[in-house]
Design a protein around this ligand. Structure first.
Ligand SMILES: [Zn+2]
Length: 390
């Protein structure tokens, strides 16, 4: 291919050009290197040294001492070549030692290596480098274009995405890579995947959803967390079923498995399944049609320990006669127990259906109606809020 490709000129300027372009020793100052030493160009340090015949001293290009006459200057590639020619190193610019630029580069390189294990406090990085925090921060930024914190974050995001690409269990990989908090997790995930800040229409498109599952007295609880709160709670016999339901619900989201950092949130959800009064304290991310959301809001107004009929709920939302639509909205509820669709029954008191099994519905109603509320998994009997009364 590319038969017509232009033949590259062999005479093009070598990379890095300028002072480093010509590397010869024991020669008079050429134009480029003369300019470098006149401007005390630190970038040229390491590329050559210049020796001054009248002083017998040789310097690095950035040496702050007075500029010599050009006719007295001889250039050498390496300090030892200058010494072999009888010159001694300048005590001001110490040409045999690493230049400031080289030291800074080494310092930044070492810091980057340390940051590979996760973010570190600026003070700690600076102390390890033996410089002030201010100097460290400025030097790091000059070399990398980012602050140490930004660098660590970018590195972490890249690692998490590498883990995703490698097919690892992503949450575990992400948290192993150093995520400290959930909100930061979501922020960084959104940044990494270039996601919109708010959920877009559709099945979680533009979102990261974290799923976590654990056992409860009513079976396996599988919860889905968005950055806004609990977006789904599923009650199933097997965790895999709950996970599959959530995968279908959020088919367009980036669905990942929650690791240990989600254990507390999951424990809260499971506790609320056994003690529904706790549900009021949990952040829910309720998503439905406008009608569904009105129905679900009304369900949350049904006092614990009581039930309502579909017609009563329809009346409560100002849509009397819409009891079929209400029943449908109840069936569409995706946040089991916390949005208590189990408290809606037929007008004759029979249970009708329940998305997660009518036996679970019966158990929930019985537990909530019991005077001591010693229901499934009840463990919050010391709570005395008046709102428990039905
Ligand atoms: Zn010098």
């Amino acid at each position: 291919m590319a038969m017509s490709e232009t033949v590259k000129s062999p005479a093009r300027t070598p990379p890095g050009g300028g002072a480093a372009a010509l590397r010869t020793s024991g020669v008079p100052a050429d134009e480029a290197r003369w300019t470098a030493l006149c401007t005390r160009d630190a970038e040229a340090d390491g590329a050559f040294v210049y020796a001054v015949a009248t002083t017998g001293v040789y310097c690095r290009p950035s040496c702050p001492s007075r500029r010599p006459l050009r006719r007295n200057v001889t250039l050498f590639d390496l300090p030892r070549e200058a010494e072999a020619a009888g010159y001694r190193p300048c005590r001001r610019c110490k040409p045999t030692e690493l230049s400031t630029a080289q030291r800074n580069a080494a310092m930044v390189e070492a810091a980057c290596a340390r940051l590979a294990d996760g973010p570190l406090p600026l003070d700690e990085l600076a102390a390890a480098a033996g410089v002030s925090a201010h100097h460290f921060h400025r030097t790091f930024k000059a070399h990398t274009g980012t602050t140490p914190a930004q660098y660590a974050r970018a590195l972490r995001a890249r690692r998490a995405s590498d883990a995703l690409a490698a097919g690892e269990r992503p949450a575990g990989a992400a948290f192993a890579a150093g995520f400290a908090s959930l909100s930061r997790f979501y922020d960084e995930a959104a940044e990494r995947f270039a996601l919109a800040p708010a959920a877009l229409a559709g099945k979680g498109r533009g979102e990261v959803i974290v799923a976590a599952a654990g056992p409860s007295p009513l079976g396996m609880v599988t919860a889905a967390f968005s950055r806004s709160g609990i977006a789904a709670v599923r009650l199933t016999d097997m965790a895999a079923e709950g996970r599959a339901e959530i995968a279908a619900q959020f088919a367009d989201a980036i669905l990942i498995d929650g690791g240990p950092p989600f254990a507390t949130l999951l424990a809260d959800v499971i506790a609320a399944v056994g003690e529904p009064a706790l549900a009021a304290e949990l952040p829910l991310d309720i998503r439905g049609t406008a009608f569904e959301e009105r129905v679900w809001a009304a369900l949350r107004q049904i006092p614990i320990g009581t039930t309502a009929s579909y017609a009563e709920v329809a009346a409560a939302i100002g849509a009397p006669g819409a009891h079929r639509a209400v029943a449908k909205a109840c069936g569409a509820n995706r946040i089991a127990v916390l949005v208590p669709c189990h408290r809606v029954v037929r007008a004759d008191g029979s249970l009708a259906g329940y998305r997660w099994g009518v036996e679970r519905k019966r158990a929930l109603i019985a537990a909530e109606a019991a005077p001591e509320r010693a229901g499934p998994g009840a463990h919050g009997t010391t709570r005395t809020e008046a709102k428990h009364d039905g």
